[in-house]
Design a protein around this ligand. Structure first.
Ligand code: 5MM
Length: 390
């Protein structure tokens, strides 16, 4: 579909001379088309080339939990200092197109007073914002959750856009066991994701739609595949019902994986095949990009699985397959930093290394030599590595 054509299907067709009302309505529709064009461009920019997303949108409780494990003080200044470390990592923009921030973080600045949003845009990284307010117990569905945050979202989006965000993110969480997920849980989360996405597009922000089927449990890869397909199909039905433009959004799904407690753990290639098969069945070709969450996988495993998908299928896929990792990209950096200023430079190197590995993986060019760090960081604009995983 041509960019300028988006939304034209909804335009009224009339043979009579246009009334003032018609003119006003056409002007408004013209603005909608302009906005749609910009949204489509932003969505394409987010998943362009060899880059991916840095998810650094941990809520305060999640960030504090991760800090507590490493003995890092759980206060605002420590969270700010850690996020400063991330956004000021030299050369990060070579591998990272966009960064997802949290409400606290989008308002913060470096110790010398430069707003994080400015630091990111200066590095060629698009700032975005997590706008859900978390997954809460779903009524009458023990063990299941629905993500909240729709109340007042239209107004919050205006504020975030004013702070420099160009896209947003909302995560729905789906737990798997013998009886779960229920249809009620899938429907509730899919509808919330679609209403959020529509509000984002109306407000000029690209929605990242994140339905996460959790890895926790002893379910098989086959079960994860069935649940993920049902969840994605339901999400896209609701997105369509709410009028969300598929060309102007990004999908952030889980990979199709066996539960962490499942006795059978499939190979990297089997995971790649199952994930791509599931996506091909459920994700419209009009969506420009699929950016995976890591969900608790190690950095190496997440890179290897993303790489295998691109090695085996890249030339045959309608959408870009990239990354939007939090733990799988940040964890080594956080463990090196541990709240100590003199560790910042080493931690930044670790972050850049994972970003480079993930950028290579999205091209199908991640390999053991790159993982070991045998290769130099390529100058800006060049491919991150040339070797292929055999
Ligand atoms: C699944 O979580 C998202 C991706 O992170 P991983 O790659 O570690 O799985 C992530 O963007 C998540 O939404 C944020 O970390 C925020 O999580 P909370 O639970 O704090 O809202």
């Amino acid at each position: 579909m041509k960019l300028g054509m988006i939304g034209l299907g909804r335009m009224a067709c009339t043979l009579r001379a246009p009334s003032r009302e018609d003119c006003r309505s056409r002007r408004q529709k013209g603005q909608t088309h302009m906005k749609a064009d910009e949204l489509v461009k932003t969505a394409q920019e987010i998943v362009a080339g060899h880059k991916g997303l840095l998810a650094m949108d941990e809520s305060t409780p999640t960030c504090n939990k991760r800090f507590a494990r490493l003995g890092i003080p759980q206060d605002e200044e420590s969270r700010r200092a850690y996020r400063e470390l991330l956004v000021t990592t030299p050369c990060l923009g070579q591998f990272i197109s966009s960064a997802i921030l949290f409400d606290e973080t989008i308002r913060q600045s470096t110790s010398d007073g430069k707003a994080f949003v400015k630091v990111l845009t200066g590095a060629g990284i698009i700032p975005g914002i997590k706008v859900d307010i978390g997954a809460k117990e779903l009524a009458i569905h023990p063990g299941e959750k629905v993500t909240e945050g729709l109340d007042g979202l239209r107004e919050r989006l205006v504020e975030y856009a004013g702070l420099g965000a160009r896209f947003a993110k909302w995560r729905g969480v789906i737990a798997v066991d013998d009886r779960r997920p229920s249809r009620g849980c899938i429907e509730a989360n899919a509808q919330a994701l679609a209403r959020y996405a529509a509000l984002c597009q109306e407000g000029g922000l690209v929605p990242i739609v994140e339905p996460e089927v959790l890895m926790a449990g002893d379910h098989t890869l086959q079960r994860c595949s069935e649940v993920t397909e049902e969840v994605l199909r339901t999400v896209f039905i609701h997105l369509f019902a709410q009028g969300v433009i598929p060309e102007a959004m990004i999908l952030k799904p889980n990979m199709v994986l066996p539960g962490t407690a499942c006795s059978r753990q499939e190979t990297v290639e089997q995971v790649a095949d199952a994930t791509v098969k599931c996506l091909l069945r459920a994700v419209p070709a009009a969506v420009p990009g699929v950016a995976f969450l890591s969900g608790g996988q190690s950095g190496e495993m997440a890179s290897a699985r993303l790489n295998a998908m691109n090695v085996r299928f890249k030339s045959r896929l309608p959408w870009a397959l990239t990354f939007s990792f939090a733990r799988a990209i940040q964890q080594p950096a956080l463990e090196i930093w541990r709240g100590v200023q003199s560790n910042v430079s080493a931690a930044q190197k670790a972050l850049l290394h994972r970003a480079q590995c993930d950028a290579a993986a999205r091209c199908g060019e991640y390999d053991a030599a790159l993982e070991r760090g045998d290769q130099e960081i390529a100058p800006r604009g060049e491919r991150p590595s040339q070797g292929r995983v055999s």
